[in-house]
Design a protein around this ligand. Structure first.
Ligand SMILES: Cc1cc2nc3c(=O)[nH]c(=O)nc-3n(C[C@H](O)[C@H](O)[C@H](O)COP(=O)(O)O)c2cc1C
Length: 197
């Protein structure tokens, strides 16, 4: 019996056959699809359930143009042509939401997150975790994701965010198009990564 509980087809969809797409078809990605993705992704764990991820969907051609100018040269063509692009950011003021996210422990924000530097560190880790859940969520919808950090973060922040939001990743989303993949790179084997003490 397989040690994995997930059905083999789902293992392939989420991991083995899931690839980072670099080209996309024209098939639109709907708000309903993004909502369904988020409604899975929101259950991924974060520290104290702080949930600092914030998502900006870049849909209009005008906004797409403003985004592309902040992307690294090699990321521009795919960011311009993907059916949908999401800017994933983390909220340094996530503590304001803690009363509704952690209702059983009022005051947790004051106890742990009254200092901005502490919040920034925590938001970076937990936002990055949620960004990873987001990529897997896109795959769960049968779509391909193209995560990218090749951009000017300050430019992106000024254009689309504010001083309280740090960009984590820009993700192209859609069905893979022609020549969508770079060659699959090898992964580190279990023995090189996992130690037991
Ligand atoms: C955080 C992050 C940042 C990345 N930034 C870029 C990028 O700026 N440009 C790009 O072409 N690919 C980028 N990638 C794509 C990775 O190179 C790719 O996901 C990885 O090599 C695995 O490829 P595979 O899914 O096809 O096996 C990024 C991926 C991640 C997760």
């Amino acid at each position: 019996m397989s040690p994995l509980a997930l059905a083999p087809a789902a293992q392939d969809l989420l991991f083995r056959e899931a690839r980072t797409a670099n080209t996309f078809t024209d098939e639109p990605v709907t708000d309903e699809q993004v909502q369904a993705i988020y409604d899975l992704v929101k259950y991924g764990p974060t520290a104290f359930n702080q949930s600092p991820l914030r998502v900006t969907l870049v849909r209009s051609p005008e906004a797409r143009e403003r985004l592309v100018q902040h992307m690294a040269e090699g990321n521009r063509a795919k960011t311009a042509t993907a059916p949908l692009v999401a800017i994933l950011a983390t909220d340094h003021e996530f503590h304001e939401e803690l009363p509704r996210l952690v209702p059983h422990a009022p005051g947790i924000g004051d106890t742990y997150f009254s200092e901005r530097t502490v919040r920034e560190e925590s938001a970076l880790l937990n936002g990055a975790l949620q960004a990873a859940y987001f990529v897997v969520g896109v795959r769960a919808a049968g779509l391909a994701a193209g995560p990218m950090t090749g951009y000017d973060p300050e430019g992106l922040r000024k254009e689309f965010l504010d001083a309280d939001h740090e960009p984590l990743m820009v993700v192209n989303i859609g069905r893979p198009g022609e020549d969508a993949w770079f060659p699959r790179s090898p992964r580190l084997p279990y023995e090189d990564v996992v130690t037991t003490v």
